[in-house]
Design a protein around this ligand. Structure first.
Ligand code: PEP
Length: 263
């Protein structure tokens, strides 16, 4: 269902009217985690000013350590909904458990499946049945074939509104958090008709790499990027070192516009 063999035209996925697909670059930006109404609104306004048309923000955070901030849960979803009402930005947010899909879908415009759940087949089937666009991150240990098969689980439930997201894979390299596999972008676009975006924030794990990795992503033909932003990264409860501040965002948006029209 997701293969390009039977569907030669590349697809565009619309998230509350915002297109993600060929001929454009979609900027999705927002906080890694929803922390407070003020922080989320401020991050959303920064994102919108830079040209973002979709707001990211995690209310359910899949953290490596059980002692790390796990997200605000439904209270975070309510904050996102309030910020959407205030800014007009549709929401992309992660769901980590099949039992929560209905709840998260009642607030979200696009469901995100993260790298750690990229082969959680029960969750993939549940988001496939939710009747809403899905962003599927590549598993950090998944081959491109395994990533596309994960997408197939969603598609099999009748949902072809899937956006693939390359977010770095685990390699022997430790200088960066993960290794952005730029070749996966054109490769996945060749094998599948689905749009492919890149997450330069989570792949590098460092603020100073977000701009160069974004340039790389756009240069290889990514259909969009998803970026962490925070008004005060030093106070962030999650992944502060990779969050962009206002000035970085302006530069990022100029860099994207130099390559392609920003949607
Ligand atoms: C995220 O985007 O918030 C996230 C946790 O990303 P990943 O699943 O790619 O680590």
């Amino acid at each position: 269902l997701v293969s390009r063999e039977n569907h030669p035209e590349r697809s565009t996925v619309r998230v509350a009217g915002v297109p993600i697909g060929p001929d454009t670059v979609t900027l999705i930006a927002g906080p890694c985690a929803v922390e407070t109404p003020e922080q989320t609104l401020e991050a959303a306004l920064m994102a919108r000013a830079a040209g973002a048309t979709l707001l990211r923000g995690g209310a359910y955070k899949p953290r490596t350590s059980p002692y790390a901030f796990q997200g605000l849960g439904e209270a975070g979803l309510r904050i996102l909904a309030d910020v959407r009402a205030e800014t007009g930005l549709p929401i992309v947010t992660e769901v980590v458990d099949a039992h929560d899909v209905e709840l998260v879908a009642s607030y979200a415009d696009m469901l995100q499946v993260g790298t750690r759940n990229a082969q959680n087949f029960t969750l993939l089937q549940a988001v496939g049945a939710a009747g809403m666009p899905v962003m599927l991150k590549r598993g950090m240990n998944a081959t491109i074939e395994e990533w596309l098969m994960a997408a197939e689980y969603i598609a099999q439930r009748g949902n072809l509104d899937i956006v693939l997201c390359e977010r770095g894979i685990r390699t022997f390299e430790t200088a960066t958090r993960n290794t952005l596999d730029v070749s996966a972008v054109p490769m996945a676009q060749r094998l599948s008709h689905l749009p492919v975006i890149v997450d330069p924030s989570h792949s590098g794990g460092r603020r100073d790499l977000v701009l160069p990795l974004t340039r790389a992503a756009i240069a290889v033909g990514a259909d969009g990027v998803i970026i962490d932003v925070h008004p005060h990264p030093e106070q962030a409860l999650c992944d502060g070192p990779q969050a962009l501040i206002r000035d970085d965002l302006d530069e990022l948006s100029r860099a994207i516009r130099a390559f392609a029209p920003l949607m």
